[in-house]
Design a binder for this molecule. Structure first.
Ligand code: PTJ
Length: 247
């Protein structure tokens, strides 16, 4: 594996190489699945076309996501193997600022990976990590993929589902949950299902949602509700697609 110290910070693709390094490290620790490497490659291609920056409409969506998380009765941040490898500290910080729970929910679920991800998040400062009880099911999803915690994703009203596959995003939406999806591909089914699609790299998106949440923390409920009500999800998706096509 490449040693991260070997990547010079002035390298034009420093961020992208650092991200690859984290995913590679995640696979070696048993946190990220091998399929996670392929998902990362797909994401990188879209990020390249977006100019590897947070476009203004994504920044808007990140502010709306912050408002929605602050308004939630019970928000949950869903973590898979890619999310755990790429943004463990940042997910813990977002949970702290918004009062959300963290739950591990995997596409390729094994006891070993569940344990490795929970330990990894705890090493990065998470106090409580849900997902191990798996005492409830997402209706319509086959056994392993549909396992969730009864007092976590199952009862949540708002769920952040980054880098998700389309089936689970659709099944969660069908349960009536308000979904916030982070995905670099605006054509993918998951952002198209989401109430709040964020077309941005997770390494930029999560810290930016946290920054917005800090700024909005003392805002009155009516102001947060207005921010959410004014959001146009179709326009956000169209804008991201335009940014990709018009390079
Ligand atoms: O850890 P597991 O077992 O739950 O598995 C997780 C993966 C990601 C392997 C699984 O959910 C999967 O196969 O996902 P897909 O169907 O490949 O979808 C991943 C989506 O995330 C794709 O649309 C990518 O464009 C997008 N993506 C990849 N890397 C990033 C990203 N979006 C934002 N930031 C990224 N860094």
């Amino acid at each position: 594996m490449t040693d991260v110290g070997e990547i010079p910070e002035d390298h034009p693709r420093y961020q992208s190489l650092l991200t690859r390094h984290r995913i590679e490290d995640g696979v070696e620790r048993g946190v990220t699945s091998k399929q996670g490497l392929i998902a990362e490659g797909r994401g990188e291609a879209f990020d390249y076309l977006l100019g590897e920056e947070t476009i203004p409409s994504a920044d808007d969506a990140e502010r709306v996501a912050a408002a929605q998380l602050l308004l939630a009765e019970h928000a949950v941040l869903s973590v898979n193997g890619n999310v755990a490898a790429l943004v463990p500290n940042e997910i813990v910080a977002l949970a702290e600022v918004t009062g959300a729970d963290i739950e591990v929910n995997l596409f390729n679920r094994t006891d070993e990976r569940m344990g490795a991800i929970v330990d990894h998040l705890r090493e990065h400062g998470a106090e409580e990590v849900k997902g191990l009880d798996a005492d409830a099911r997402i209706p319509g999803l086959e056994h392993e993929r549909g396992k969730v915690d009864e007092d976590g994703i199952y009862v949540a009203d708002v769920v952040l589902v980054p880098l998700e596959d389309g089936d689970r995003a659709e099944a969660l939406a069908a349960m009536g949950k308000t979904e916030i999806v982070i995905d670099l591909n605006p054509l993918s089914r998951s952002p198209r299902t989401a109430a709040i699609p964020i077309v941005d790299n997770i390494v930029r998106a999560v810290p930016n949602v946290t920054a917005h949440a800090r700024e909005l923390a003392d805002a009155p409920r009516a102001e947060l509700e207005a921010i959410v009500a004014e959001f146009d999800r179709e326009e956000a998706l169209r804008d991201a697609e335009r940014a990709i096509r018009d390079i």
